[in-house]
Design a protein around this ligand. Structure first.
Ligand code: SF4
Length: 250
């Protein structure tokens, strides 16, 4: 039997798998096996965030896939950092095919998500505007993007806030800023890239339960609108769950 393995955890287990399986490589259009309405027009990301698996798996240089099948869910890692002419190419393919872009699933990166990028993708994006606020260094860029999207409803602005990668106070500042700028935070606790289970990994002054509690509080507008985190009390009946689709604890 021929066995081929891939996926996020494989590069940390190479020495155990090398004798029994062929490791890595690309299967064209594999994303469609996961979701038949999904597609991808580029791989990799040049930003190189230390907590992200994309550069390690797919490289720090973009691989462009100009002949990608046009489908409603576009899963590229960082659309705004792609060369402008390739962004135009993707949009033109959607328009020519008459396929609606219902979700730019991994979205845009605040440093490069500027007015030109917004105007370009507004032509076809019918889904939410997804971007991340991962650390304090991104503050001026995220604030600019939030002002740029001021007329977009909070539900169409998906601001992913990574917590646990900086001390507690710095992460809470980022959550509160997203709310103050008119957004709804979508909080994701930091996990180790080689984790074999979906467990937050505490660093700095965090602990695992605190990571889960902040995520649950911040991912529920009905909770944070009524109760500041300092008054939030987790109930034994309302344990958090991990949502596989959003990658968040809720
Ligand atoms: S910008 Fe996004 S996709 Fe690129 S390395 Fe950072 S987290 Fe990963």
């Amino acid at each position: 039997m021929k066995v081929r393995v891939g996926g996020p955890g494989v590069f940390t287990r190479k020495k155990f798998l090398a004798d029994v399986a062929e490791i890595g490589g690309d299967i064209p259009d594999a994303v469609a096996r996961h979701n038949p309405v999904a597609t991808i027009a580029s791989r990799g990301c040049p930003v190189g965030c230390w907590f992200c698996i994309v550069p390690k798996m797919e490289g720090k240089a973009f691989t462009l896939l100009p002949d990608f099948p046009v489908r409603p869910v576009l899963c590229d890692n960082n659309l705004s950092a792609l060369p402008a002419d390739f962004q135009d190419h993707i949009i033109a393919r959607y328009q020519a095919a008459g396929v609606p872009l219902l979700d730019a699933n991994s979205g845009f990166e605040p440093r490069t998500f500027d007015d030109d990028v917004y105007a370009r993708w507004q032509a076809i994006n019918r889904g939410p505007w997804r971007f991340a606020y991962d650390d304090a260094a991104e503050r001026p860029y995220v604030e600019r993007v939030m002002h740029m999207l001021a007329d977009v409803s909070p539900r169409r602005k998906r601001v992913y806030v990574l917590i646990g990668n900086e001390p507690f106070a710095a992460c809470m500042d980022r959550i509160r800023e997203v709310i103050a700028w008119g957004g709804e935070p979508h909080v994701q606790p930091f996990m180790k890239l080689n984790s074999l289970e979906r467990r937050p990994h505490p660093r700095f002054d965090w602990n695992e339960q605190l990571l889960r509690d902040v995520a649950r509080w911040a991912n529920s507008p009905a909770i944070w609108r009524k109760t500041p985190f300092s008054d939030y009390r987790r109930s034994a009946k309302t344990r958090e769950r991990y949502d596989e689709q959003t990658g968040m604890f809720a």
